[in-house]
Design a protein around this ligand. Structure first.
Ligand SMILES: Nc1nc2c(c(=O)[nH]1)N=C([C@H](O)[C@H](O)COP(=O)(O)OP(=O)(O)OP(=O)(O)O)CN2
Ligand SMILES: [Zn+2]
Length: 127
């Protein structure tokens, strides 16, 4: 099995409501987000790629156009924008375009990481 990853970076604000008032994340704050997209395949295409990293530039454009330097609660339309919910949101976005997508990780800080990975990897053939 082959596995490739590519990182994407953006900055945005959010506020997690429903936490106690004394919880710092209930206050408006921001992160320099790092999103890591993972693709897996048992086969390579004729070039020897799981998929050309350059094809993932569409995800970079999506992030820049819709999320970068924005307030995530407004963009995503809810007040529970956690690293976990973002990882699932990004997974679904990537999976619709690239069937080899196997997981997405979201890092809000250098010390934390949330991953969405379906329990059963649906599998995909190389494009
Ligand atoms: N399971 C989750 N826990 C928390 C999330 C999350 O998305 N999922 N988010 C936050 C905050 O939004 C933010 O990420 C702060 O996290 P925290 O680790 O508390 O960051 P700090 O830099 O303040 O941590 P230090 O321990 O002071 O370094 C909180 N929890
Ligand atoms: Zn936060």
């Amino acid at each position: 099995m082959f596995r490739i990853t590519k990182e994407f970076h953006f900055s945005a604000s959010h506020q997690i409501l429903g936490l106690g008032e004394d919880h710092p994340c209930a206050r408006l704050h921001g992160h320099n987000y790092v999103v890591e997209v993972e693709l897996m395949s048992e086969e390579l295409n004729g070039i020897g790629f799981v998929r050309d990293y350059r094809e993932l530039s569409e995800f970079k454009r999506f992030i820049d156009d819709t999320l970068d330097h924005r307030h995530l609660n407004d963009v995503l339309g809810n007040d529970c924008v956690t690293a976990e919910t973002m990882a699932r949101y990004f997974y679904n976005w990537c999976r619709q375009r690239w069937p080899e997508t196997s997981a997405v990780r979201v890092k809000e800080t250098p010390k934390t990481c949330a991953e969405f990975r379906p329990l059963v990897y649906p599998g995909a053939r190389a494009a």
